[in-house]
Design a protein. Sequence first.
Length: 285
Amino acid sequence: MSITRVWIAGAGGRLGSALYHRFSGNTDYKLVTSDRDVPIEDAREAGRFADLNHPDVIINCAGLTDVRACEEKPEEAYKINAIGARNLAVAARRIDAKLIQISTDDVFDGDDDAALCEFDDAHPTTMYGKSKYAGEKLVRELTDKHVIVRSSWLYGVGSYDFVDRVLDNAKKDGKVVLPEDEISSPTSADALAGFIECLMHTREFGLYHASCDGSCSRAEWAREILRLNGMDSIPVISAAENTELRPRFTLLDNMMLRITGLYQMPDWKTALADYFSTKKGGAHK
Ligand SMILES: NC(=O)c1ccc[n+]([C@@H]2O[C@H](COP(=O)([O-])OP(=O)(O)OC[C@H]3O[C@@H](n4cnc5c(N)ncnc54)[C@H](OP(=O)(O)O)[C@@H]3O)[C@@H](O)[C@H]2O)c1
């Protein structure tokens, strides 16, 4: 097999770190990575990096993922999540690279109680969701060789996340307070990285939903995190309202994965158990 040159933009984050761990040391890949040292919203910087390294595949894991920061600074959200995606799409087209653009379940408004597939219309209500959806549209318009991958409730090493917050709150306060009515599917960055590696070697293009199988509420997710860490006695109390500034019901249906038979995402509980066993085994720092 010939060597695949891969650029991971946002390599220090949750998904970027999982991809880096997956590919580094594998001689089938030549990796180049970037974070804020190559600000994706800067067309010249992003273009120059692409021209210099000439990747076969660009994986855009970079983004402003802090939903509160997106609400407070909408222009910053559009700059990074939309214009950044546009710049990588333009660079990818110029060097004939495949662009894998990572997006989110927050492109849906979450008002209904049915799982959402790739053929459902997006209708974002948060600034994070709106800016990510704008990024999707620009990628679609600007380069044919693209795959947009929407996922949900990502966790992994790299950034402080929900899993870390639950464990910290449990230790500090002796309880965790979370909504029972916010539903989606927790997805481990490692599991998503497995699908992204598969995508790199296919001729599949277009839009894919890729969340772990099954669904739960934020509170149920927290209970499972505590159980796997021997902290079952810590109560998870129902929050009076959704405190996460996120749409309520954004469970993704991975319909395109089923139709194409391309990949099977693991069940969310299995992926969460794997995450902790790998972490405890010291494979991740
Ligand atoms: N987290 C979720 O629950 C979730 C769910 C579904 C989809 N997604 C999407 O999946 C992708 C990866 O998410 P993640 O959770 O791995 O994100 P993350 O942990 O927040 O990582 C994002 C990375 O992008 C970098 N970055 C931020 N602004 C940048 C810029 N202007 N130029 C270059 N790099 C920049 C960050 O660097 P700094 O750390 O220095 O800011 C960080 O390393 C994102 O596109 C996100 O929208 C996330």
